[in-house]
Design a protein around this ligand. Structure first.
Ligand SMILES: Cc1cc2nc3c(=O)[nH]c(=O)nc-3n(C[C@H](O)[C@H](O)[C@H](O)COP(=O)(O)OP(=O)(O)OC[C@H]3O[C@@H](n4cnc5c(N)ncnc54)[C@H](O)[C@@H]3O)c2cc1C
Length: 621
């Protein structure tokens, strides 16, 4: 089926040609899967996304959520969507069948969910957070807790949340004030206020199970003293039925710029002193446990960004092909010249190519990370599993922050392509732009992601993970250098790659000395450069494969020696058009983005300290 959300041909390319996910089917765990089955699941996901979730997208934005008499109501259209989503098994598709899941590889679910993320992200926050919090209970809960909460959550009967943020504890989670008082029966009485809690209250399910960070009375300050608690909205009796209200009151909902169908709530725990929580895992292990959910959510923010970006791009291309405006540049002095579709104007074409390159690069990055997650689970040797796991850890802040920054630009360009219409709510791109913005803020702002990358991830396992990443890129570059058609463009990738290694080494040296403030100051530009080079690597790798395919087709069709015949094939054969698009995107990206990397690295190495040294007074005088 056709859709204006995801380029299914590119999806196929990344899955089966670039990443070769069929490799997974050789492992016992996935031996029952085949390419045909994956294709069937992709088709089902696309149908659900287009026929149901997409229809609720604009409506969810218009209706939003309401807060009345202490209760939250979410868009009516989300109810049917949730039911169907759960029935189709997407809520816990990667979990084992033992707990009600489908046992799918993460990469397969990632590709299927791209349709859903593109169709209606605000809706996905409900099943997404439910899955994440149920997974915490699966990993760290007691058998009793799993029985009591997890199955109902994985089954979509109850939903879940993650509660970290407080008025005085945003980026600095360790400053939280919510406290937990030990009770004689081993449970805890919780008191405190959490703000900005996504899906914190709604009318979608009969119970909501909150994963709440709090400090047990007497425990040390900072993150080391934080524990995590399971706090249901309604208490659960021993026989599994719902008991009394658990004193979790909704104070308000936020009136937001985007994702209006996702209820963002202030939650007051224990106003009346009756809020009971159960410890999840061990005391003072709250941050370590919550990181499981936070890392998964960061990757989901990457997916959200890809979803908005791909939908915005696909809409923009379609619009540019239909909107007739202005004479072509080569005929502009002719008063009788016929107006053409705007896709024929060089500035629009350039923008669309920039968008295409970034969307496809981000897709490759996110799918690759999903593939690494699968390999980290199934690789036979311990050392190999560690390698894949390390790559996931390293790439997580890049997936989250790089993708969300670029997605905003892609959505903004989509509005530009639509002109004035793009700014109006009759067309979907302004909603993509608004819905997309939050991705750079929650789950740890992009500034915090960059600090995590530079301060922790680059040096983790003594730098082995970043070296593994560089090793992967180097292997591709060596292969690509053999291709005559892309030589000049691969040279830009190689130059950018060496500049990035040099800057990484420079940061490592500074990290050992008093100069550590420079990597801190430049963490965000570093993350962008790393993302640019990774994306450049994926695009060029894809271009190399596409180039080989093109040459084989030209040979088969007797077009090797004729430019005109090659050009004609683009119109006749969709595969030729597709592969030509892949090489074009990589070539343009190399010249437009990779060519700037060396200079940006040099600028950072220059060591300008002015943002640190300039006194606060000078900002406003
Ligand atoms: C729609 C929405 C949904 C949300 N959903 C949830 C949820 O489900 N659960 C939940 O717990 N929270 C949620 N949040 C909260 C979100 O995670 C926080 O807003 C975010 O972590 C930033 O915290 P803050 O808003 O207090 O900003 P601050 O922490 O005040 O940060 C403000 C700015 O200062 C920067 N900054 C702060 N500290 C540093 C530092 N040490 N170094 C450099 N820069 C720094 C930040 O990067 C940011 O740019 C949600 C927020 C929104 C808006």
């Amino acid at each position: 089926m056709g859709n204006l959300l995801v380029n299914t041909r590119d999806q196929q390319f990344v899955l089966f040609e670039q990443l070769g996910i069929d490799k997974l089917f050789e492992y016992e765990k996935y031996a029952d899967l085949s390419k045909d089955m994956v294709q069937m699941m992709l088709n089902e996901a696309e149908k659900l996304a287009v026929n149901l979730l997409l229809l609720a997208y604009a409506e969810g934005d218009k209706d939003g959520c309401t807060f009345k008499d202490g209760n939250v109501t979410i868009p009516a259209s989300f109810h049917e969507a949730f039911k169907k989503y759960v029935e189709a098994g997407w809520l816990c598709s990667t979990e084992s069948p033992d707990v009600g899941g489908q046992g799918l590889p993460i990469i397969v679910t990632t590709a299927c969910l791209e349709f859903m993320f593109a169709a209606n992200f605000a809706f996905l926050t409900y099943p997404g957070l439910t899955h994440g919090s149920a997974h915490l209970i699966e990993q760290y809960g007691t058998e009793e807790q799993k029985k009591k909460y997890m199955y109902n959550m994985y089954g979509g009967k109850w939903t879940g949340t993650m509660c970290l943020t407080e008025p005085g504890a945003g980026s600095d989670v360790g400053a939280l004030k919510t406290s937990a008082k030990r009770l004689p029966d081993g449970t805890f009485s919780l008191t405190g206020t959490k703000i900005f809690i996504s899906c914190g209250d709604h009318d979608l399910a009969e119970n909501i199970v909150h994963a709440v960070l709090a400090r047990i009375e007497g425990d040390p300050p900072g993150t080391a003293g934080i524990s995590i608690f399971i706090v249901p909205k309604y208490k659960v009796k021993d026989n599994g039925s719902l008991g009394d209200f658990n004193d979790v009151r909704t104070g308000n909902i936020e009136h937001k710029m985007g994702i209006k169908g996702s209820a963002t709530c202030t939650l007051n725990f224990g106003d009346e002193g009756h809020c009971i929580g159960e410890l999840l895992g061990k005391e003072r292990q709250g941050m370590r446990i919550m990181f499981l959910m936070m890392n998964a959510s960061r990757l989901e923010v990457g997916m959200q960004s890809l979803g908005h970006a791909t939908a915005a791009y696909e809409h923009a291309v379609q619009y540019a092909k239909e909107r007739i405006q202005g004479a072509p540049i080569w005929d502009m002095k002719n008063p009788d010249a016929k107006a053409v579709p705007i896709i024929q104007h060089p500035d629009i074409k350039r923008k669309l190519l920039w968008m295409k390159a970034h969307v496809e690069g981000i897709r490759a990055l996110i799918y690759f990370t999903g593939f690494c997650m699968d390999m980290a689970k199934i690789a036979t040797a311990e050392q190999e599993r560690e390698k894949w796991h390390g790559l996931v850890e390293l790439l997580t802040p890049v997936c989250k922050a790089y993708s969300s920054e670029k997605a905003q630009m892609i959505c903004s360009y989509a509005i530009d392509v639509y002109g004035g219409y793009g700014y109006c709510s009759e067309y979907p791109v302004e909603q993509y732009f608004r819905d997309c913005k939050i991705a750079s803020i929650y789950e740890g702002t992009n500034g915090i992601q960059a600090l995590d990358l530079v301060g922790r991830k680059l040096g983790q396992r003594k730098g082995a993970d970043v070296m593994n990443l560089f090793g992967e890129m180097n292997a591709s570059i060596l292969k690509l250098k053999r291709l005559d058609d892309l030589k000049r463009h691969v040279a830009y990738l190689e130059e950018a790659y060496y500049a990035l290694i040099d800057l990484t080494m420079h940061f490592a040296q500074l990290g050992k000395s008093a100069g550590f403030l420079m990597p801190v100051l430049n963490a965000t530009p570093y993350l962008e450069i790393l993302g640019d080079v990774i994306i450049g690597h994926f695009l060029m790798q894809a271009a190399g494969m596409a180039d080989e395919k093109l040459n084989a087709i030209y040979k088969e069709r007797g077009a090797e020696e004729s430019k005109a015949k090659k050009r004609a094939l683009i119109h006749e054969d969709p595969d030729v058009a597709f592969y030509y698009g892949k090489t074009s995107a990589a070539r343009y990206y190399a010249v437009d983005v990779l060519s700037t990397v060396k200079a940006r690295c040099e600028a950072i190495k220059f060591g300008e300290r002015v943002p640190i040294e300039m006194p606060e007074e000078s900002f406003t005088c």
